[in-house]
Each structure stands twice: as C-alpha cells, then as structure tokens.
Design a protein around this ligand. Structure first.
Ligand code: NDP
Ligand code: 2IT
Length: 444
C-alpha cells in the first residue's frame, strides 16, 4: 500500500458513511500521486493526513417558526477546512439532502478551487438541510436569522466569508447579512454575493456561469475551435446554469436543453433564456412551465434522459453525481467532445473514466466553476478598499483568471506526466500552493 492508499484507507475508516467525502478525496489523492512521489517530505510531515482533516467543524441547531406557528428544527453546518492561504471561503447550501458528508466533500474541493484562483482564500463550506422551496419570504427570513444567530460568532471578514450555493441566492444572502450586521454592529464584507446596494460586486451573479464558458472557450480556442454553431446541453436551471447559457448563447452556441430536479426541457430551436429567467428568477416556478409557454419545446419528467440528447458540449450545472457512468456513455454515443463541470462533482468517478477513455476534453469542477468564488474574492477586495469596480472591469478580471487557470492546469498535467488530464492537473496545481503554505507554517 502506498502513502496515498494508506491515507485513503484511514480516511474511510475514520469517516464511515460519508460516500461523497470519500469520492472527492479519492479523486483528489489519486491525482496527487505523482506530486507525493516527488516530495517525500510530505509523508514525513503527515501533510496529506492534515490536508484531509478539517481544521474545525461547527454543527448547530437552527430552530425557527413557520407561517402556521409551528416550530421547526433544522441542522446547521460550517466546515472550516483549510486556512493555509487565506480566510476560509466558500458557499452555504440550503437543500434537504445536506449532510456532513456533502459539506465535507464541498469543503475539500473548495480548498483546491480557491487555490487555483490565485487569490488569497482558504477553503470552507456550510449550509443546512432546510429547503427554501415552497417557503414564504418571511419563513426564509426567519430561518436565515436563526441560522446567522448561531453562525455569526464563527465568521468574520478576515476569518471566514460565506457566500451562496444551491438554495442560497440574493434573497438569502440579504437576510443573512442583515442579521450579521445587527448582531455585530459592523457593515463589513463578511458575506459575498451581496446585493449591489449594500456592498455586492457587479458580475458576481453572472460569474460562475460566465467563468465556466470562458474556460471552455479557451479550451476550444486551443484546439482551433469555438462555441459558434455548437449544440450544448446545460443541466440545472439555477444561478450557474442560467448564466452559462447566457454566455454560451452570446458566443453563438445552440443550447437545446436544461432541467430542474423534476424533469428536463428540450427545445431544438434553442432555449429562450428570457422565459427561463422569468420562471426561475421571478416566479420561482418549475421548468415544466417552459414547454407550456414556448412553441415546439418538449418537457420530459425525470432528469436522466437529458444526457441522451446528442450534443457537442455538455455543461452539468445542477448538483453532485448527476452524470453517472451510464449517462457519460450516453453522452459519448451522442457525440459529446467537451464536458465542463459548472456544478461541484457532477460526474461520478466511473463517469470521468468514460469521458477520459473517449478522449473527451474534460474540465473538472474545481477549475471550471472557480469563477464564482474568484469573483467573491474580487468582492472582498472591493469591500476592503471601500470602492466599486465597473461590470467590465470585474468581468475582464474574471476572464483573465479563468484563462490562466486553464493554462495552469494544462501545464501542471503535462509537467507531472499526465498531459491532457485536467482532473490530475487541477488537483496538482491547486495542491502545490496549499502544501507550500502549510509547510511554511509548521505543523498546524
Ligand atoms: P441554484 O439553487 O441556483 O440552482 C440549482 C439547480 O440545480 C436548480 O435548477 C435545481 O433544481 C437543480 N438541482 C438541485 N439539486 C438537484 C438534484 N438533486 N437533481 C436535479 N437537479 C437538481 O444553485 P446554483 O446554480 O448556485 O448551484 C448549482 C451547482 O453549482 C451546485 O453544484 C453548486 O455547488 C455549484 N456552484 C455554485 C456556485 C455559485 O456561485 N452559485 C459556484 C460554484 C459552484 P430544483 O430547483 O428543482 O431544486
Ligand atoms: O462552490 C462554490 O465555489 C460556491 N458556491 C461559491 C463560493 C463563494 O464563496 O463564492
């Protein structure tokens, strides 16, 4: 058993029943094997053992009262995973599936993603099993206030800066920020993704989806290709999906399908994004409505069928493990040449192998969706400097960051004998900086 295998075996034994955490750790540590081979000092200082163990996990009760006067209780989490290169940074997810395993896989991924941005941010993640779907604004507000009443003592602009993720958008960030400010009496950049009237950054809303497309555009360009005329599938219909579609369409792509957790829409004429935005951002409705409003569009119950639609480029932007081995095979049969992960860990380990064996250009989440957190770091910079940058300025910085990440992971993969394997490249390039910072700071 080599060092990597030993660390993985111990991790699984010490953290049983955490399949998503095991999956993320397996992908990362396997990618790091060539690095560990060149740095025997990592094993001597138990660097990998320290890297996979969160610095701190906070778990708390979130009691709140619904509109009917009933008392409800949810679980709250904040995993402060690694602060070697900067304050903990990462989103909050509100979704009924949230559990410790999901929080830890997201936190572990976040460390390397944040490192790849080149900006000074450590890794963290948090959230709750609260489901904002179907709740009134006042219920969401009471929940957010209760959540922050516990979380506020653990976060701060220089210690831990949460943001949005699934189920946490502008509305939730507003309520969370309002309660933080009330409890601390400080108007500071403690959360990112804030509204523009109270410290938010232009282009943060668009950043993850735009960033994904910027990186894919660079990957296409390096192969003498482009988005123009390509058939694209984007899963999900939330923040990341909507702005990925917007940017891909602006570059001439034909985006033909999207979904929510109930089912998918297929519109061979190209998705009318204004209709999706109206349904999702304004009405908070179901994607099914799209087929009732747009002539020629189809709605199909269930999500999996989306991957049977022939396409050139697939951008999974909903949630973890949405593309399994079978779906990856369906995509390859349908002619997919490029896959870019907008969601976190949307492809299973088996699915990744299918893509790599078929020579699909595969851009992994921690690189491809880093535009969101990178722009969060730009929001932090604007807050600290008490200034605002124009949309064009933030967008240009975002694009530069995404293009740089692409070339960094490409170079790292080649340098470590895995040319074209961007999973390995992203893990290696992200890890080297964290390992260097951890080493410099001693055994902590
Ligand atoms: P949103 O809540 O805005 O949207 C999530 C979308 O994914 C919705 O369409 C939702 O459908 C769908 N979805 C969620 N769970 C499932 C499921 N189990 N099966 C099928 N569809 C599902 O979240 P975001 O767009 O912000 O996040 C999407 C992904 O991108 C997540 O993996 C997140 O971690 C990742 N990400 C987000 C960033 C950000 O800045 N927001 C940055 C980097 C990554 P429904 O409405 O039916 O639940
Ligand atoms: O997964 C992610 O990178 C996010 N949800 C964004 C985190 C952030 O701090 O902007």
């Amino acid at each position: 058993m080599d060092y990597v295998e030993r660390v993985l075996e111990t991790l699984k034994a010490k953290n049983p029943n955490e399949p998503e955490f095991h999956q993320a750790a397996t992908e990362i540590l396997n990618g790091l094997r060539p690095v560990v081979g060149r740095h025997p000092e990592y094993e001597k200082t138990a660097l990998l053992e320290r890297f996979v163990e969160p610095e701190r996990i906070i778990m708390f009760r979130v009691p709140w009262v619904d509109d009917g006067g009933n008392v409800r209780v949810n679980k709250g989490y904040r995993v402060q995973f690694n602060s070697a290169i900067g304050p903990y940074k990462g989103g909050l997810r509100f979704h009924p599936s949230v559990n410790l395993s999901i929080m830890k896989f997201l936190g572990l991924e976040q460390i390397l993603k944040n490192s790849l941005t080149g900006l000074p941010i450590g890794g963290g993640k948090g959230g709750s099993d609260f489901d904002p779907k179907g709740k009134s604004d006042m219920e969401v507000m009471r929940f957010c206030q209760s959540f922050m009443t516990e979380l506020f003592r653990h976060i701060g602009q220089d210690t831990d800066v949460p943001a949005g993720d699934i189920g946490v958008g502008g509305r939730e960030i507003g309520y969370l920020f309002g309660q933080y400010k009330r409890l601390r009496g400080e108007h500071v950049g403690v959360l990112t993704g804030r509204g523009l009237s109270y410290g938010g950054s232009l282009a943060r809303t668009e950043a993850t989806g735009y960033g994904l497309v910027y990186m894919m555009e660079e990957a296409l360009k390096c192969r003498g290709d482009g988005f123009k005329g390509k058939t694209v599938i984007v899963s999900g219909s939330g923040n990341v999906a909507i702005y990925a579609v917007q940017k891909a369409q602006s570059l001439g792509a034909n985006v033909v399908a999207m979904y929510d957790s109930n089912g998918y829409i297929y519109d061979k004429n190209g998705i009318d994004l204004a209709v999706v935005k109206q349904i999702k951002e304004v009405e908070r409705g179901r994607i099914k409505l799209y087929a009732e409003r747009v002539k020629g569009a189809e709605y199909h119950e269930g999500c999996k069928g989306i991957w049977n639609i022939p396409c050139d480029i697939a951008l999974p932007c909903a949630t973890q493990n949405e593309i399994d081995e079978e779906s990856a095979k369906a995509l390859v049969r349908g002619g997919v040449k490029y896959v870019g992960e907008g969601a976190n860990m949307p492809t299973t380990l088996g699915g990744i192998s299918v893509f790599q064996n078929a020579n699909v250009v595969f851009l992994p989440a921690k690189a491809a969706n880093a535009g969101g957190v990178a722009t969060s770091a730009l929001e932090m910079a604007q807050s600290s400097g008490r200034s605002y940058w124009s949309f064009e300025e933030v967008d240009a910085k975002l694009k530069t960051i995404m293009v740089n990440i692409y070339h960094n992971i490409d170079r790292a993969a080649a340098e470590y004998g895995a040319a074209g394997d961007y999973v390995a490249g992203a893990n290696i390039a992200g890890f080297l900086k964290v390992a260097d910072a951890m080493t410099a700071q001693g055994i902590v």
